[in-house]
Structures are given as structure tokens and as C-alpha cells.
Design a protein around this ligand. Structure first.
Ligand code: ZN
Length: 139
């Protein structure tokens, strides 16, 4: 249920953004999720599709990306960036590691469509990249 509540949170954030754009239909939402949130991205996409069905926004797609966290190894002092909560040190294989980073979820892009124009892009974040593996449907 963790991923379903996250999907609902994303939709809530979209609803808040749309207050400023009456009549707009959201077609793509980009979110960044901190690695510490330990979100299962496949499960999130699946839950998002289910949650979207209740909104009437059938075309809304989710672009979810993980923001890497930093892990410090307590045994050898090595620091590494990770996108999951698998925390064994890559140098000495110690499991004595500490993770720092975000467990937050940020809405970082929203694309909408209105009746009188097509595909207004409200993306404000610089360097937003769409990676196929982040937005593809499960096989
Ligand atoms: Zn180490």
C-alpha cells in the first residue's frame, strides 16, 4: 500500500497545481523520489495507473525518477551514490554503512493540455530528462 499512497500523493499535488489552470487536463507528471523512500518504481507505476482511473485523467502519464542518496561506509570510509537501499560497501563489502539523502517526493514537471491549445509544457526544472526506462509500461 506504500506505493498506492505515493501515487495518491502525486495526484493530490497535480490537483493543487491545476487550480491555477482551470479546464486544463494533465497529460504528464514528473516526480523525483529520494532513494531513502525505498519506492518500488514498477509498483508505483502500476498503482499510479490504478489511481488515475478514478480521476478522469486517462492520458496522464507518470515520469518517476529516483534521486540518489549517499552512503558512507563505516568500515573503510568510502562514499558512494545509490538509488536503492542496498547498502553494502562496494569496496570492502561491509554492511556497516550509513545512508544520507532524501526520502522526499517532489513534483518537478507537469504537462497539461487545454481545449484551445495542445500540450502546454509547464516544466520549470532545468535539465529535465526523460529516460525510456522510467516511463515505459511494464512488459
Ligand atoms: Zn567499505
Amino acid at each position: 500500500m506504500h506505493e498506492l499512497s505515493i501515487a495518491e500523493s502525486i495526484l493530490d499535488a497535480v490537483r493543487k497545481e491545476l487550480v491555477a489552470y482551470p479546464g486544463a487536463i494533465p497529460i504528464r507528471v514528473g516526480v523525483k523520489i529520494g532513494a531513502l523512500a525505498a519506492v518500488d518504481m514498477d509498483a508505483l507505476r502500476f498503482c499510479f495507473e490504478i489511481a488515475v482511473r478514478g480521476t478522469g485523467w486517462e492520458r496522464l502519464k507518470l515520469d518517476a525518477r529516483v534521486t540518489p542518496g549517499e552512503v558512507t561506509c563505516l568500515a573503510c570510509g568510502h562514499k558512494m551514490l545509490v538509488e536503492s537501499t542496498v547498502l553494502d560497501c562496494e569496496l570492502c563489502q561491509s554492511a556497516q554503512t550509513v545512508m544520507h539523502g532524501s526520502d522526499e517526493l517532489d513534483l518537478d514537471a507537469l504537462e497539461i493540455e487545454r481545449d484551445d491549445d495542445n500540450g502546454t509544457d509547464l516544466t520549470e526544472t532545468e535539465g529535465f530528462e526523460r529516460k525510456p526506462e522510467d516511463c515505459g509500461q511494464p512488459a
